[in-house]
Design a protein around this ligand. Sequence first.
Ligand code: ADP
Length: 241
Amino acid sequence: MLYALPRLSQCLGLCKNIISNNTYSYKIVNSANYSLVSSSNAEHVVKGAPLPEIKVPIIWILGGPGCGKGTQCDKIVAKYGFTHLSSGDLLRNEVQSGSSRGKELTAIMERGELVPLDVVLDLIKEAILKSLPNSKGFLIDGYPREKEQGVLFEQYIAPANLVLFFDASDDVLMERLLGRAKTSGRVDDNEETIKKRLNTFHTHNDQIVAAYAAKLKQINAVRSPDEIFTEVVSYIDAIMK
Ligand SMILES: Nc1ncnc2c1ncn2[C@@H]1O[C@H](COP(=O)(O)OP(=O)(O)O)[C@@H](O)[C@H]1O
């Protein structure tokens, strides 16, 4: 089944090669269109050429919905001046833009499912490209959400220096999200969608934790934000040396 994604306004550079690892093969091509081919052959097309070399730290921020990723990112930005890129916020901005792609995304997000890899990767890549000249480092919040997202990011953008996984039980996450739902106005902050988001998270997260164990720190997120942040600082300071 082919999903024809919208025409690209322009592509960056031209390179066509097949990148394969033990489970997926990827094609980076230059084309006026790109398409996400069926997952049976697990082939993804990612537009344009890779970014220029990134010399500042890249930190992936992982965790279930409501684990406090955003709270910790705000603290990290205040202390280190890093650029905070939230995949969820980038997607909601795309939805707000009223684009046809945005309408498709809303339906997927309301179902608590993952949006197509190529869409979220391109949004992050564009955001990194925009901030790169003045950035002290990147917090990639809410990405990767499945292993192949990590593979493509590292292949196509840059290796992550550190992965922070904020861990909390589903009961805690559900309680926090239902509390947030009273004021967030988010289409996905309702009990039914929260259950689906938690299921989506559990379906994929273990694979990511295993794949990046060497640079991943699992942090107990059922504490005060300040206690959590003290531990976060110890990990970030260690990679900044
Ligand atoms: N990396 C991603 N890959 C695919 N879909 C994503 C990704 N990040 C966010 N989304 C979509 O956006 C929704 C909201 O994400 P986010 O704002 O990070 O909330 P939460 O972390 O609480 O799930 C997700 O439920 C999913 O539908």
